[in-house]
Write a protein that binds this ligand. Structure first.
Ligand SMILES: [Fe+2]
Length: 173
């Protein structure tokens, strides 16, 4: 049986394109963005996990908020995947690849109350946000202002959702 190599390849397959970013830069960007794509696919499924399983007195607010975060992350997944392809790469965004590559912690499956989900969601958003911010700098170093701009938009969005989630815990007692 053929085994899928889920590691990020040193020299990923690239398509020819008239895009003027040099091929070596596009290959580096491809690897960088496929790592973020795996994280984002994982993050999106974690938001649904929270949306489905949260319970407690703040149920409806958190249930609906986690669904909105999921929708936002779905759009980031699409933006990242499509930029990979625009630069001649292959977007590797299946659940299996995401599971093997994601740098996020495993989402706890046995939690129920709102505070526990708020904490778990905030941690996942924060981890992804940090990596997205690092990707801005890495894309800058590869002279790709457009990918840097994409991750600026993504990380700014993640910061907003982190605020929406963490605000549930920040009121003075
Ligand atoms: Fe739903």
């Amino acid at each position: 049986m053929k085994t899928l190599n889920r590691d990020l390849q040193e020299a990923p397959k690239m398509y020819e394109t008239e895009n003027d970013i040099p091929q070596t830069g596009r290959a580096e960007l491809n690897k960088l963005m496929n790592q973020r794509l795996a994280d984002a696919v994982d993050l999106q499924s974690q938001m649904k996990q929270a949306h489905w399983n949260v319970k407690g007195p703040h149920f409806i607010g958190l249930h609906e908020l986690f669904d909105r975060v999921d929708e936002a992350i779905e759009s980031y997944v699409d933006m990242i995947a499509e930029r990979i392809v625009q630069l001649g790469g292959i977007a590797e965004g299946t659940a299996r690849v995401a599971a093997s590559r994601s740098r996020l912690e495993e989402y706890p499956l046995d939690i129920a109350d709102g505070a526990a989900h708020v904490e778990a969601v905030a941690r996942a958003l924060s981890t992804f946000g940090r990596n997205a911010r690092n990707t801005i700098n890495e894309a800058d170093e590869l002279d790709d202002a457009d990918t840097a701009d994409l991750f600026t938009e993504v990380s700014r969005g993640i910061d907003k959702w982190l605020w929406f989630v963490e605000a549930h815990t920040q009121a003075p007692k």
